[in-house]
Design a protein around this ligand. Sequence first.
Ligand code: ZN
Length: 277
Amino acid sequence: MKRLIFIFLFLPSCCLAGSLPQSALVPGGIAKIAVGNASQPAPKVFYQGRRILVTSDHSSWLAIVGIPLDAKPGPQKINIEHPEGTSLVNFTITHKQYPEQRMRIRRKRLVNEMNAQDLARIKDEKEQVRKIKDVWSDRPADVSFCAPVIGRWSSLFGLRRFLNNQPRGMHRGLDIAAKTDTAVLAPASGFVIGTGDYFFSGQTVFLDHGQGLLTAYMHLNEIAVRLGQTVLQGERLGTVGATGRATGPHLHWNVYLNQEAVDPTLFLPKGFPACHP
Ligand code: ZN
């Protein structure tokens, strides 16, 4: 029965105008590009060799392209495969300067004093996550999101981080601060494609919402779902915690499109409505 409800929920989700992510033609943003008339079969779209999510707004098929955080400003192109042939569409990425963030992590083992065992674990986990991010499922994507936790946005997406004054990568998710054990709810329907306790991200859940739209929930205190499980929007994934490398209880939330981390706030409708159980 649950499966039936799930299928029913997935079908219309491709075509709900107004619930589509916002476009932002910057590194870490999203390009939303019309790629054909919705009365025709959906085309296949590729960007940098990777398959791209295609959804519809009633009248047009739209490609929803994740722009890499390290993309250089300038012209880019997507390839479109129609039954009658292939075509190209160009778009232009503009510069965005993300602010710096400086943090102190007291447990030095989490910054630069890892032992050989830690380093082997980190390497292994990186490979596991790479495989998870490679997941592609053909069904219509559920792009209609609500906010998984309500709380203060304590670190925005894209911050250029310095941990104990050492430059680190950019912040590839959104941090939402909330009390330990606050419920974390699924922002859209999907499948659980990964769960685990990772060195940096602590207790983590990965969801597949279809066509390369993936989300991740990190530093959880508890995980409430199993690998392979179907979840509906608003279903409990776990609770907020501070496991892994965290300075306090918060949810670190990632959204991936075509394996690229994009700004999760672009997926939240105006007013950032909370998910309801
Ligand atoms: Zn974070």
